[in-house]
Design a binder for this molecule. Structure first.
Ligand SMILES: Cc1cc2nc3c(=O)[nH]c(=O)nc-3n(C[C@H](O)[C@H](O)[C@H](O)COP(=O)(O)O)c2cc1C
Length: 183
């Protein structure tokens, strides 16, 4: 018998959320900061992505003020570090120092890359939809760190549990007419 059992509404996001956990860096007058963001989405094939955040975070006001940030993808083995970064505000601590992160210079923005991440997306803020804290970003440069051997992306379920990437299915041949050139 196929029975669908109703559960609490809050469960909705746990089915939608599992995109990558990201570490988003900012620089305010030369002072680097980083926050954890798991509410992210790709928007189009022209390099637009979105992150969702709000005024309770220091990074949010810095992004609005400077119009830029870097969205970094930590390997799964940094899960506890990513959670730690998301539990402390840059208003109270230097998180690069506290979590042993290496700030590397970006090229198109002042916010830093994180040397321990497998990839970093340098981004400019193009639109802010205030009612939902929805920040639309244009990616201006992408860098990858091939020295990071753990290529597993971390996914937050939204209830304090996480997945690391497992088996990868290659269905490129089936959807090749929908893939942009170079991907
Ligand atoms: C796993 C995890 C995911 C998080 N995702 C988000 C998010 O998507 N959006 C958000 O605004 N805050 C998110 N947070 C909370 C911020 O990272 C947290 O408030 C952080 O301390 C803000 O740092 P800041 O004040 O230095 O900017 C997350 C925290 C954790 C632990």
């Amino acid at each position: 018998m196929l029975i669908m059992k109703e559960v609490i509404l809050e469960k909705a996001l746990t089915y939608i959320e599992p995109g990558p956990v990201t570490l988003v860096t900012t620089a305010d007058g030369g002072k680097n900061n980083v926050m954890t963001i798991s509410w992210t989405t790709a928007i189009d094939f022209d390099g637009h992505i979105a992150i969702i955040t709000g005024a309770w975070n220091k990074s949010f006001s810095t992004i609005l003020k400077t119009g830029e940030c870097v969205v970094c993808i930590p390997p799964a083995f940094l899960a506890e570090t990513a959670v730690g970064i998301g539990m402390v505000s840059g208003a109270d601590a230097d998180k690069f120092e506290r979590f042993g992160l290496t700030a590397l210079p970006a090229k198109t923005v002042k916010a830093p890359l994180i040397g321990e991440c497998m990839a970093c997306l340098e981004c400019k803020l193009v639109e802010y939809i205030e009612s939902y804290g929805f920040l639309v970003l244009k990616v201006t440069r992408v860098v990858e760190n091939e020295n990071i051997s753990d290529r597993r992306i971390l996914h937050a379920v939204g209830d304090g549990t996480f997945y690391a990437d497992g088996e990868r299915y290659d269905l490129r041949e089936k959807m090749k007419t929908k893939l942009p050139p170079g991907l």
